[in-house]
Structures are given as structure tokens and as C-alpha cells.
Write a protein that binds this ligand. Sequence first.
Ligand SMILES: [Zn+2]
Length: 472
Amino acid sequence: MRTAIAVGISSVPTWTSFVRTAPGLGIGSAGRLTVGVGALGSDVVVASAARRPPEALPGDASIVTTMATPANRTTNCLRTAVRVPALTIAEMKYVVCVPDGASDEPLDELGGRTPLEVAAMPVLRSLAARGEVGRAATIPAGMPPGSDVGNLSILGYDPARYHTGRAPIEAAALGIELAPDQVAYRCNLSRVDDDVMVDFAGGHPTSDVAAKAIAALDAELGNDAISFHPGVEYRHILVVPDAWADAECTPPHDLTGKPAVWPTGAAAPELRRLMDASRAIVSDIVPGANQIWLWGQGRSVQLPAFDAVHGVRAALCSAVDLVRGLGVLAGIEVVDVEGMSAGYDTDYGAQRDACLRSLADGVDLFLVHVEASDEAGHAGDVGEKVASLERWDELILGPLVEGLDALGAWRLLLLPDHPTPTALRTHTSDPVPYLLVDSQVDGPGGTYTEAATASSPAVVAHGLMRKLLAQV
Ligand SMILES: [Zn+2]
């Protein structure tokens, strides 16, 4: 059992500014009331210096007494005592589930239905029946429908304000810190033959082989202002001066089998010079690649720390650099999970257990991101997409809900970062279905499919984090 603490005065105006001071302990405020939280299972008595009791109290709070004011004190005196059931504030756990690219469009192979409609997902259906189902716009108008933009939204950050490009997020995942006068580019090892993008992934080299190529590129083409940094397989980072940011670059995976669309804009000659010069170096070292492809550039990303914004301690697990990089940039703990991968074979149960373990250890909010459904969409593999959703239900959601119930009260938000329609084999910007469930309070209920939510007005996805945390 924890001890109740912290009674005092606050200038913070509303209950929405709930501040955590340590795992399991916290301070919240309403008007000039400040409340200490931490006594699991017992009430916390708090006090206010307000002349009148606060008008707005959290759901279960009640005023128990009003004290006399010492004549010689004008501040820091306790006038009103309020009883707050500590459990409802201190012990709530939050889970965000992100099946990457899960939403889809009707498919002929499925008789005009979508993978979400066909997949056997009894746990998801029962959660939807007792929760709130709607539609969320994860990709702001005019922005590219990438996992970087979509997951930024899910984490509660407005991409229109905070997104500078894909590469700086991946750079953060690799531990590369960008100076304000630097720009990061994604540097693919790729294969371009006769001006056609043959393989954006350069034959999927091992990270070891790729690292040799990146080291050679850095030795031959790098200097004080230009540096190459090794990443994973075909995915690497180039850091260049700020002035190189001005270019229009095409993602190489959008060019597969098509004529190469070379960079345009002010920095294009510099980029093209490096891409051309890389041919002699890359083709000697990486059998499936013959040059670098530069794209996804951006300046350093400055995200306000997640715990400072929301007052909760958060962690996440994902095998995808972009999601891990967002965690690093937001000050969210990035948990490594053995058996976790970005492919169909990720260990769903291990990702679920990592979530439950972190929550039991004092983390308030955990985000589970699984890439498999997006991979299936890109591969055009309907069977794998349905299978990935069914694994979510059986291996994550079912046991997760049992584990959460054992921990106490919880809320869960589930949504993909963007659709990856299997027939299109790429991302779209359409809004996605979302599900919000509270273990203690039933919602209106609904059905978690694209069709069932099609007529709902799309909410702004970066507002859902505050809704999950009951801060709106
Ligand atoms: Zn994605």
C-alpha cells in the first residue's frame, strides 16, 4: 500500500493538468486545489485554499469538511478538505494498440469485404460492443500517408506542427543527434538499372554487409559537413548541411519497376552528384544494389516530452525504426522485446507481455505497435493480412484484457496509423476506424470495421491521446 502525500496550493487552473511526480504518486489540481494521489485502495483527503469549494471535481470526489481559516493566514491554509478515491486517478493503466496499416478497402477475394470484416476477432468485437467506435484522421490533409505521420498523430502530436520529415525520426532511433544547421536524408541502398528503379531495398543486404558500404561511402564521399550513418539492412542515414533541405525527392518504394524520378529543386544537383558518385562504391560491396537513393529529408524534430504534456509515464515496443525514433524524440521509453520483428513472424505474445510487464512495473501508458498487417498490405497478401489481425485478437487483445483486469482499471485505444489497402499495396490518407474502451464505463458500443464507421465524422487523430487519458 502506498501513502497519500502532497496537500497544497496550486495555480494550475484545471484538473486536466495532472502531474506525475513518481511512479504511483502524483499531484493534480483543480482551481487552486491540489491533490496528492497514491493511496491504493484508500481515499486521499486533500485540501484547498480556495474561499469556496472548487466547482469542478473529478467524478468520484466529494467534499468532506470545510475548515476554519486561521485569522493570521491568507495563503497556504487549508479551507476545504476533499475526499478523492485514489484508485480512480492513480492506478488507471492505458494501452494504445497500433496494428500498422490494418484498415483496408473491400476486396474481390473476400467477396467485397475487408480483412477487418472477415478476420475472426471475437475479443475486438466484444470490446467494440462496450466501447466507443469512430473514425479518425491520422494523416492531415496534404501530408504524406506515412507511418511517421500516422504514429505522430497517434502519440498525440499534430503532424502539421511537428513533422519535419521521415529521416530525422529514423536518425533519432539510431542515436544520431542533428544540429539545428543539419538535415538528415534517408539513404537507401537500392538498384537502378537503365534509369528504372529495379529494387528500392537493394536485394535486402544484411546489416553487416550494408555497414561496409556505408563506411566506404563515408570514407570516399564524406567530409566535415557530409556524413553517412549505418542503419538496418538497406535503410541508412545521410547527414548534410541545412542548405541541402530544399529538394523534392521521391520515395523509392513508390517507383518499383518504374522510371527513376530524380530529385528536383535547389539541392538536386548536390544530391544527384552523391547518388551518381555512389555507384562505383556500392556495386562493389552490395550484390543487389548499385547506388544510394536519397529521400525523406528533414531538420531535427523538437517534440515536447510526452510525460510533461500528459503527466503519465509512457513506454512502447515496436520493431520499426520510425516508431522507435518517435519514442526517443518524445522521451517515451523504448522497450526491446526478444522475438519482436517487423515481419509476419513477430512474437505477438512477447510484445503483449512486454506491455503488461511495463504496466505492472509502474509505467502508466504502453503503446504496442505491430508491423505485420502493413507488410501484408504492401505484399498484396490478403491471407497474411487477415492472419495478422486474427493473431492480434488471439495473442494480444484476449490475454491483454485479462492481464489489465488483474492490474485494475484501464483504458484502451486501438487504431492503425493509416490504411494500407491490399489491392493498392501502398498507404492511403483515408481516415481509419478507432476504438476506445474503458474498463469501468461502458460507451455507446459499435462495430470496429471500415464500413460501420464510414458515416462517422472523422475526428482529428492527435486529439485521441487526450481523450484516452480523459484530459478532454
Ligand atoms: Zn504504417
